[in-house]
Design a protein around this ligand. Structure first.
Ligand code: OSB
Ligand code: MG
Length: 369
């Protein structure tokens, strides 16, 4: 298709409840929406970096710079809206996966809309609903934590993940397990530990966890491998897995037994599908992670999570778990059996609400070929 314009929108949405990880507490989220127009259709993408380089090196400002100065010009030079051609064209640019993914996602939405099919069809997805988990942040007290977990279980979430950090780990798990002995429970450290903490981490084996996510720094495949040999709980890597190559190396080193796939972290759907396929060939389960996306990014995640090897519950929750009012209509809801449904319309299959987006927009720029 011939592209008419690419629009970038820097928006900000306040959370319903603060979200605290080992990096700190946040009350809202700035992020970039990407809107590609071609032949009367509009493709939407979302870039998942936040305001500060805490989860990874990228921020909304580095994404804006890289999109404006490198990725959008590369797209225009290619004179095509084909997402796979775009993916090849921007491969020479190192890093910056979240910026790349935001634009590639918009091109996938556009392509699926052109063909009149749900995005899931283009990806080869086989599932039409995804078991929903919820990621529960660090709270002020253990009572606050167990009250939140109880609330989410009451809403029907099938799996609980709690954020941990040094000083909020063994006791947090013990408190949740004491109240809810049988739930599916996992933890996520976002890289807050080192091998010196191995004794503390080994104590987590007592809580029958589905997995322990990213205990060490992103680069540290080797120490994850050493830790995995010391623990019975499966380790799962998030930040460390940058694409097919790091996934293969992590599996060959036995740094983890499960992989969290986030389309932004690996640089787009093409790479994400590659990680999925590699894990499937090797019998390694994957699940779909989240970055507290708006409904636009979450709809994209749902289509990706429909691939067959996404066998563990996803960090894909209802709109109201994150935001007072989501940017899409209808909002994402939980079914009565604890799943979220993959939208069925063309493309991402959800309708962005322009009025709500305008209200949340802090900066906007339109680029033309
Ligand atoms: O590590 O999975 C993570 C949110 C922001 C940054 C990193 C992570 C998260 C989450 C939220 O856990 C998951 C969700 O979107 O529901
Ligand atoms: Mg994580």
């Amino acid at each position: 298709m011939k592209i008419d314009s690419v629009e970038l929108l820097l928006v900000r949405l306040p959370y319903v409840h603060f979200f605290e990880t080992s990096f700190g507490r946040e009350y809202d989220r700035p992020f970039i929406l990407v809107k590609v127009r071609a032949e009367g259709l509009t493709g939407w993408g979302e870039c998942v970096a936040s305001g500060e380089p805490l989860y990874s090196e990228e921020t909304t400002e580095t994404e804006w710079h890289v999109l404006k100065d490198f990725l959008i010009p590369a797209l225009f030079r290619g004179r095509s809206s084909d997402p796979e051609a775009f993916c090849r064209a921007v491969r020479p640019f190192r890093g910056n996966p979240m910026a790349k993914a935001g634009l590639e996602l918009a091109l996938w939405d556009l392509t699926a809309k052109e063909r009149g099919v749900p995005l899931r069809k283009l990806y080869g997805g086989t599932q039409d609903e995804i078991p929903a988990g919820v990621s529960v942040g660090i709270e002020d007290t253990l009572d606050d934590l167990t009250a939140r977990v109880e609330g989410y279980l009451g809403e029907g979430y099938r799996r609980i993940k709690i954020k941990i950090k040094p000083g909020w780990d063994v006791e947090a798990c013990a408190a949740v397990r004491r109240r809810f002995p049988d739930i599916l429970l996992q933890v996520d450290a976002n890289g807050a530990y080192t091998l010196a903490d191995a004794e503390t981490l080994r104590r987590l084996d007592a809580f029958n966890l589905l997995l322990v996510e990213q205990p060490f720094a992103p680069f540290d495949l080797w120490d994850h491998s050493r830790l995995q040999k010391m623990m019975t709980s499966p380790l799962c890597l998030d930040e460390s897995i940058l694409g097919v190559t790091t996934a293969r190396q992590a599996l060959e080193m036995e740094s983890c037994r499960i992989i969290n796939i986030k389309v932004g972290r690996v640089g787009g759907p093409v790479e994400a599908r590659g990680v999925h396929d590699l894990c499937r060939e090797r019998g390694v389960p994957v699940w779909c992670g989240g970055m507290l996306e708006s409904g636009i990014g979450r709809a994209h995640n749902l289509h990706l999570a429909s691939l067959p090897n996404f066998t563990l519950p996803a960090d894909l929750s209802a709109s109201k778990r994150y935001y007072h009012q989501d940017l899409i209509d209808p909002e994402v809801e939980l079914t009565d059996h604890g799943t979220v449904v993959v939208p069925d319309g063309p493309g991402i299959g959800v309708n962005p609400v322009e009025r709500r987006i305008r209200r949340a927009t802090m900066r906007r720029r339109v680029f033309k070929p």
